[in-house]
Write a protein that binds this ligand. Structure first.
Ligand SMILES: Nc1ncnc2c1ncn2[C@@H]1O[C@H](COP(=O)(O)OP(=O)(O)OP(=O)(O)O)[C@@H](O)[C@H]1O
Ligand SMILES: [Mg+2]
Length: 305
Protein backbone atom coordinates (compact mmCIF):
# COMPACT_ATOMS: atom_id res chain seq x y z
CA UNK A 1 0.00 0.00 0.00
CA UNK A 2 1.97 3.07 1.20
CA UNK A 3 5.20 1.03 1.48
CA UNK A 4 6.10 1.45 -2.22
CA UNK A 5 5.35 5.19 -2.11
CA UNK A 6 7.80 5.71 0.79
CA UNK A 7 10.28 3.12 -0.58
CA UNK A 8 9.83 0.85 2.42
CA UNK A 9 10.42 -2.92 2.28
CA UNK A 10 7.68 -3.58 4.82
CA UNK A 11 5.25 -1.77 7.11
CA UNK A 12 7.29 -0.17 9.91
CA UNK A 13 4.61 0.38 12.53
CA UNK A 14 2.78 -2.91 13.03
CA UNK A 15 1.41 -3.47 16.53
CA UNK A 16 2.75 -7.00 16.97
CA UNK A 17 5.52 -7.54 19.57
CA UNK A 18 8.20 -8.27 16.95
CA UNK A 19 11.67 -8.30 18.61
CA UNK A 20 13.28 -7.47 15.23
CA UNK A 21 12.03 -3.91 15.70
CA UNK A 22 13.17 -3.63 19.29
CA UNK A 23 14.42 -0.19 20.22
CA UNK A 24 16.43 -0.53 23.39
CA UNK A 25 16.24 2.45 25.72
CA UNK A 26 18.25 2.55 28.95
CA UNK A 27 15.01 1.56 30.63
CA UNK A 28 14.53 -1.52 28.41
CA UNK A 29 18.19 -2.44 28.86
CA UNK A 30 17.78 -2.39 32.63
CA UNK A 31 14.53 -4.36 32.52
CA UNK A 32 16.19 -7.02 30.36
CA UNK A 33 19.23 -7.08 32.65
CA UNK A 34 16.94 -7.65 35.66
CA UNK A 35 15.28 -10.58 33.88
CA UNK A 36 18.54 -12.21 32.81
CA UNK A 37 20.15 -11.65 36.21
CA UNK A 38 17.10 -13.13 37.97
CA UNK A 39 17.26 -16.25 35.80
CA UNK A 40 21.03 -16.76 35.84
CA UNK A 41 21.40 -16.14 39.56
CA UNK A 42 18.31 -18.20 40.40
CA UNK A 43 16.66 -15.38 42.26
CA UNK A 44 13.21 -16.97 42.42
CA UNK A 45 10.55 -14.36 41.78
CA UNK A 46 11.00 -11.30 39.51
CA UNK A 47 8.22 -8.79 38.86
CA UNK A 48 8.16 -6.35 35.92
CA UNK A 49 5.41 -3.77 35.55
CA UNK A 50 4.70 -1.16 32.89
CA UNK A 51 1.79 0.90 31.55
CA UNK A 52 -0.39 -0.54 28.76
CA UNK A 53 1.56 -0.74 25.49
CA UNK A 54 5.01 0.11 26.87
CA UNK A 55 6.59 -3.04 25.42
CA UNK A 56 6.34 -5.70 28.14
CA UNK A 57 5.41 -8.54 25.79
CA UNK A 58 8.04 -7.34 23.29
CA UNK A 59 10.56 -7.51 26.12
CA UNK A 60 9.56 -11.10 26.90
CA UNK A 61 9.83 -12.09 23.23
CA UNK A 62 13.30 -10.51 23.17
CA UNK A 63 14.25 -12.44 26.30
CA UNK A 64 12.99 -15.71 24.80
CA UNK A 65 14.96 -15.08 21.62
CA UNK A 66 18.09 -14.26 23.60
CA UNK A 67 17.78 -17.28 25.90
CA UNK A 68 17.19 -19.63 22.98
CA UNK A 69 20.24 -18.25 21.23
CA UNK A 70 22.79 -18.25 24.01
CA UNK A 71 21.47 -20.61 26.62
CA UNK A 72 20.54 -24.14 25.65
CA UNK A 73 20.42 -24.97 29.33
CA UNK A 74 17.25 -23.05 30.04
CA UNK A 75 13.77 -24.53 29.75
CA UNK A 76 10.89 -22.07 29.63
CA UNK A 77 7.15 -22.22 30.18
CA UNK A 78 5.43 -19.10 28.87
CA UNK A 79 1.88 -18.41 30.03
CA UNK A 80 0.56 -15.50 27.97
CA UNK A 81 -3.05 -15.67 29.11
CA UNK A 82 -3.36 -16.53 32.80
CA UNK A 83 -7.15 -16.85 32.78
CA UNK A 84 -7.09 -20.56 33.63
CA UNK A 85 -8.19 -22.58 36.61
CA UNK A 86 -5.38 -23.97 38.73
CA UNK A 87 -5.56 -27.52 37.30
CA UNK A 88 -5.32 -26.27 33.69
CA UNK A 89 -2.60 -23.81 34.73
CA UNK A 90 -0.38 -26.63 36.01
CA UNK A 91 -1.21 -28.86 33.06
CA UNK A 92 -0.29 -26.01 30.69
CA UNK A 93 3.04 -25.39 32.43
CA UNK A 94 3.95 -29.09 32.32
CA UNK A 95 3.05 -29.34 28.63
CA UNK A 96 4.99 -26.18 27.78
CA UNK A 97 8.03 -27.62 29.52
CA UNK A 98 7.71 -30.68 27.32
CA UNK A 99 6.32 -33.00 29.98
CA UNK A 100 3.87 -34.59 27.61
CA UNK A 101 1.43 -37.34 28.46
CA UNK A 102 -2.26 -37.78 29.14
CA UNK A 103 -4.15 -35.17 31.15
CA UNK A 104 -3.07 -35.54 34.77
CA UNK A 105 -4.63 -34.51 38.04
CA UNK A 106 -3.34 -31.41 39.79
CA UNK A 107 -1.41 -33.51 42.32
CA UNK A 108 0.14 -35.62 39.56
CA UNK A 109 1.22 -32.51 37.69
CA UNK A 110 2.85 -31.02 40.79
CA UNK A 111 4.70 -34.30 41.43
CA UNK A 112 5.77 -34.44 37.77
CA UNK A 113 6.93 -30.81 37.85
CA UNK A 114 8.86 -31.31 41.08
CA UNK A 115 10.65 -34.34 39.65
CA UNK A 116 11.46 -32.42 36.47
CA UNK A 117 12.85 -29.50 38.51
CA UNK A 118 15.05 -31.78 40.60
CA UNK A 119 16.34 -33.57 37.48
CA UNK A 120 17.01 -30.21 35.84
CA UNK A 121 18.85 -29.03 38.93
CA UNK A 122 20.99 -32.18 38.91
CA UNK A 123 21.85 -31.55 35.25
CA UNK A 124 22.55 -27.87 35.90
CA UNK A 125 19.57 -26.81 33.79
CA UNK A 126 17.59 -23.68 34.56
CA UNK A 127 13.77 -23.74 34.48
CA UNK A 128 11.79 -20.53 34.03
CA UNK A 129 8.09 -19.80 34.26
CA UNK A 130 7.00 -16.52 32.61
CA UNK A 131 3.50 -15.22 33.23
CA UNK A 132 2.52 -12.31 30.99
CA UNK A 133 -0.62 -10.22 31.70
CA UNK A 134 -0.09 -11.22 35.34
CA UNK A 135 -2.42 -8.42 36.50
CA UNK A 136 -5.20 -10.80 35.42
CA UNK A 137 -4.18 -13.57 37.83
CA UNK A 138 -7.02 -14.38 40.18
CA UNK A 139 -6.45 -15.24 43.88
CA UNK A 140 -6.53 -18.99 43.21
CA UNK A 141 -3.69 -18.76 40.68
CA UNK A 142 -1.72 -16.30 42.79
CA UNK A 143 -1.76 -18.89 45.54
CA UNK A 144 -0.62 -21.50 43.01
CA UNK A 145 2.28 -19.22 42.03
CA UNK A 146 3.19 -18.81 45.69
CA UNK A 147 3.25 -22.59 46.12
CA UNK A 148 5.48 -22.88 43.04
CA UNK A 149 7.97 -20.47 44.62
CA UNK A 150 8.32 -23.06 47.41
CA UNK A 151 9.85 -25.61 45.08
CA UNK A 152 13.43 -25.36 46.20
CA UNK A 153 16.38 -27.22 47.61
CA UNK A 154 18.03 -26.15 50.85
CA UNK A 155 20.16 -23.65 48.91
CA UNK A 156 18.53 -22.96 45.55
CA UNK A 157 15.22 -21.97 44.00
CA UNK A 158 14.35 -24.69 41.51
CA UNK A 159 11.96 -22.60 39.45
CA UNK A 160 12.57 -19.01 38.38
CA UNK A 161 9.29 -17.14 38.04
CA UNK A 162 8.74 -13.91 36.14
CA UNK A 163 5.47 -12.03 36.60
CA UNK A 164 4.98 -9.26 34.06
CA UNK A 165 1.95 -7.02 33.81
CA UNK A 166 0.27 -3.64 33.90
CA UNK A 167 0.49 -1.41 37.01
CA UNK A 168 -2.60 -3.17 38.44
CA UNK A 169 -0.20 -6.05 39.13
CA UNK A 170 1.51 -3.91 41.80
CA UNK A 171 -1.90 -3.10 43.31
CA UNK A 172 -2.73 -6.79 43.31
CA UNK A 173 0.53 -7.70 45.06
CA UNK A 174 -0.05 -4.94 47.61
CA UNK A 175 -3.26 -6.57 48.86
CA UNK A 176 -2.86 -8.00 52.39
CA UNK A 177 -3.69 -11.53 51.25
CA UNK A 178 -0.77 -11.34 48.75
CA UNK A 179 1.80 -10.46 51.41
CA UNK A 180 3.36 -13.97 51.46
CA UNK A 181 3.89 -13.76 47.68
CA UNK A 182 5.07 -10.15 47.82
CA UNK A 183 7.69 -11.07 50.41
CA UNK A 184 9.14 -13.57 47.96
CA UNK A 185 9.86 -10.96 45.25
CA UNK A 186 13.63 -10.73 44.81
CA UNK A 187 13.76 -8.33 41.84
CA UNK A 188 11.35 -5.69 40.67
CA UNK A 189 11.42 -3.24 37.77
CA UNK A 190 9.05 -0.73 36.19
CA UNK A 191 9.15 -0.09 32.46
CA UNK A 192 8.57 3.59 31.63
CA UNK A 193 7.28 5.11 28.40
CA UNK A 194 9.81 6.73 26.05
CA UNK A 195 10.90 10.34 26.47
CA UNK A 196 10.75 12.80 23.56
CA UNK A 197 14.24 12.13 22.25
CA UNK A 198 13.66 8.38 22.50
CA UNK A 199 10.35 8.75 20.66
CA UNK A 200 12.19 10.42 17.77
CA UNK A 201 14.85 7.70 17.70
CA UNK A 202 12.21 4.98 18.02
CA UNK A 203 10.37 6.24 14.93
CA UNK A 204 13.61 6.49 12.97
CA UNK A 205 14.75 3.04 14.01
CA UNK A 206 11.52 1.43 12.87
CA UNK A 207 11.73 3.22 9.52
CA UNK A 208 15.34 2.14 9.15
CA UNK A 209 14.55 -1.52 9.91
CA UNK A 210 11.70 -1.33 7.41
CA UNK A 211 14.25 -0.45 4.75
CA UNK A 212 14.91 3.32 4.75
CA UNK A 213 18.52 4.48 4.64
CA UNK A 214 17.48 8.06 5.38
CA UNK A 215 14.55 7.73 7.79
CA UNK A 216 13.39 11.36 7.87
CA UNK A 217 9.80 11.04 6.69
CA UNK A 218 8.41 12.75 9.80
CA UNK A 219 9.23 16.44 10.40
CA UNK A 220 10.45 17.62 13.83
CA UNK A 221 7.06 19.21 14.46
CA UNK A 222 5.31 15.99 13.47
CA UNK A 223 7.38 14.07 16.02
CA UNK A 224 6.48 16.70 18.66
CA UNK A 225 2.78 16.08 17.97
CA UNK A 226 3.26 12.30 18.02
CA UNK A 227 5.00 12.52 21.38
CA UNK A 228 2.39 14.84 22.85
CA UNK A 229 -0.41 12.46 21.87
CA UNK A 230 1.28 9.13 22.60
CA UNK A 231 3.06 10.22 25.80
CA UNK A 232 5.90 7.99 24.61
CA UNK A 233 3.84 4.77 24.65
CA UNK A 234 5.20 2.68 21.75
CA UNK A 235 1.83 1.14 20.80
CA UNK A 236 0.23 4.60 20.47
CA UNK A 237 3.25 5.88 18.52
CA UNK A 238 2.86 2.97 16.09
CA UNK A 239 -0.84 3.60 15.55
CA UNK A 240 -0.40 7.32 14.89
CA UNK A 241 2.60 6.78 12.60
CA UNK A 242 0.90 4.03 10.60
CA UNK A 243 -2.17 6.20 10.06
CA UNK A 244 -0.03 9.23 9.24
CA UNK A 245 1.84 7.28 6.54
CA UNK A 246 -1.45 6.16 5.07
CA UNK A 247 -2.78 9.71 5.09
CA UNK A 248 0.49 11.10 3.72
CA UNK A 249 0.34 8.59 0.90
CA UNK A 250 -3.27 9.48 0.16
CA UNK A 251 -2.30 13.16 0.05
CA UNK A 252 0.84 12.58 -2.05
CA UNK A 253 3.10 13.92 0.71
CA UNK A 254 6.60 12.46 0.83
CA UNK A 255 7.20 14.22 4.15
CA UNK A 256 4.74 14.02 7.03
CA UNK A 257 4.24 17.37 8.74
CA UNK A 258 2.48 18.23 11.99
CA UNK A 259 -0.79 19.04 10.23
CA UNK A 260 -1.18 15.49 8.90
CA UNK A 261 -0.38 14.11 12.36
CA UNK A 262 -2.96 16.41 14.00
CA UNK A 263 -5.60 15.30 11.49
CA UNK A 264 -4.78 11.65 12.17
CA UNK A 265 -4.98 12.22 15.92
CA UNK A 266 -8.37 13.93 15.80
CA UNK A 267 -9.57 11.10 13.59
CA UNK A 268 -8.27 8.50 16.08
CA UNK A 269 -10.06 10.42 18.81
CA UNK A 270 -13.27 10.01 16.83
CA UNK A 271 -13.50 13.66 15.78
CA UNK A 272 -14.57 13.87 12.14
CA UNK A 273 -13.49 17.13 10.55
CA UNK A 274 -12.98 18.45 7.05
CA UNK A 275 -9.37 18.00 6.02
CA UNK A 276 -7.51 20.50 3.87
CA UNK A 277 -7.94 18.05 1.02
CA UNK A 278 -11.63 18.81 1.08
CA UNK A 279 -12.89 15.34 1.87
CA UNK A 280 -13.97 13.69 5.08
CA UNK A 281 -11.11 13.31 7.48
CA UNK A 282 -10.58 9.57 7.08
CA UNK A 283 -7.40 8.04 5.66
CA UNK A 284 -9.32 5.26 3.99
CA UNK A 285 -11.53 7.71 2.13
CA UNK A 286 -8.45 9.65 1.09
CA UNK A 287 -6.83 6.45 -0.04
CA UNK A 288 -9.82 5.66 -2.24
CA UNK A 289 -9.94 9.25 -3.45
CA UNK A 290 -6.26 9.15 -4.35
CA UNK A 291 -6.82 6.10 -6.44
CA UNK A 292 -9.64 7.80 -8.29
CA UNK A 293 -7.50 10.97 -8.72
CA UNK A 294 -4.78 8.81 -10.26
CA UNK A 295 -7.34 7.13 -12.49
CA UNK A 296 -8.62 10.52 -13.70
CA UNK A 297 -5.06 11.76 -14.34
CA UNK A 298 -4.28 8.65 -16.33
CA UNK A 299 -7.48 9.13 -18.37
CA UNK A 300 -6.60 12.77 -19.08
CA UNK A 301 -3.09 11.78 -20.16
CA UNK A 302 -4.46 9.12 -22.47
CA UNK A 303 -6.92 11.63 -24.01
CA UNK A 304 -4.05 14.07 -24.64
CA UNK A 305 -2.06 11.46 -26.53
N1 LIG B 1 11.20 -1.11 22.91
C1 LIG B 1 10.42 -1.29 21.84
N2 LIG B 1 10.97 -1.37 20.63
C2 LIG B 1 10.22 -1.57 19.53
N3 LIG B 1 8.90 -1.69 19.55
C3 LIG B 1 8.29 -1.63 20.74
C4 LIG B 1 9.02 -1.44 21.95
N4 LIG B 1 8.15 -1.42 22.97
C5 LIG B 1 6.94 -1.60 22.42
N5 LIG B 1 7.02 -1.72 21.10
C6 LIG B 1 5.90 -1.90 20.18
O1 LIG B 1 4.73 -1.38 20.80
C7 LIG B 1 3.63 -2.25 20.62
C8 LIG B 1 3.09 -2.70 21.97
O2 LIG B 1 4.08 -3.48 22.61
P1 LIG B 1 3.71 -4.69 23.59
O3 LIG B 1 2.58 -5.50 23.06
O4 LIG B 1 4.99 -5.38 23.89
O5 LIG B 1 3.23 -3.84 24.86
P2 LIG B 1 2.70 -4.39 26.27
O6 LIG B 1 3.36 -3.55 27.29
O7 LIG B 1 2.90 -5.85 26.35
O8 LIG B 1 1.16 -4.02 26.18
P3 LIG B 1 -0.03 -4.56 27.12
O9 LIG B 1 0.07 -3.79 28.39
O10 LIG B 1 -1.28 -4.23 26.34
O11 LIG B 1 0.17 -6.04 27.29
C9 LIG B 1 4.14 -3.38 19.73
O12 LIG B 1 3.89 -3.05 18.39
C10 LIG B 1 5.62 -3.39 19.93
O13 LIG B 1 6.29 -3.87 18.82
MG1 LIG C 1 1.55 -7.41 26.63
Amino acid sequence: MYTKFYRLDEKPFEITPDPRFLYVTENHKEALAHLIYGIREKKGLTVITGEVGTGKTTLIHTLLKRLNRVDENTRIAYVFNPKLDSADFLQYICEDLGLAGPKRSKGENIAQLNKFLLDSYAQNRNVVLIIDEAQKLDPELLEEVRLLTNLETATRKLLQIILIGQPELSELLNRPQCLPLKQRISLRYHLNPLNKEETKEYVKRRLRIAGLVNPNIFSHQAIDEIYLYSKGIPRSINIVCDNALLRGYAADQKTIGDQIVREVISNLDGKVSKSRFGILNRPVLEFVSRFSRRGMKRERNEQNL
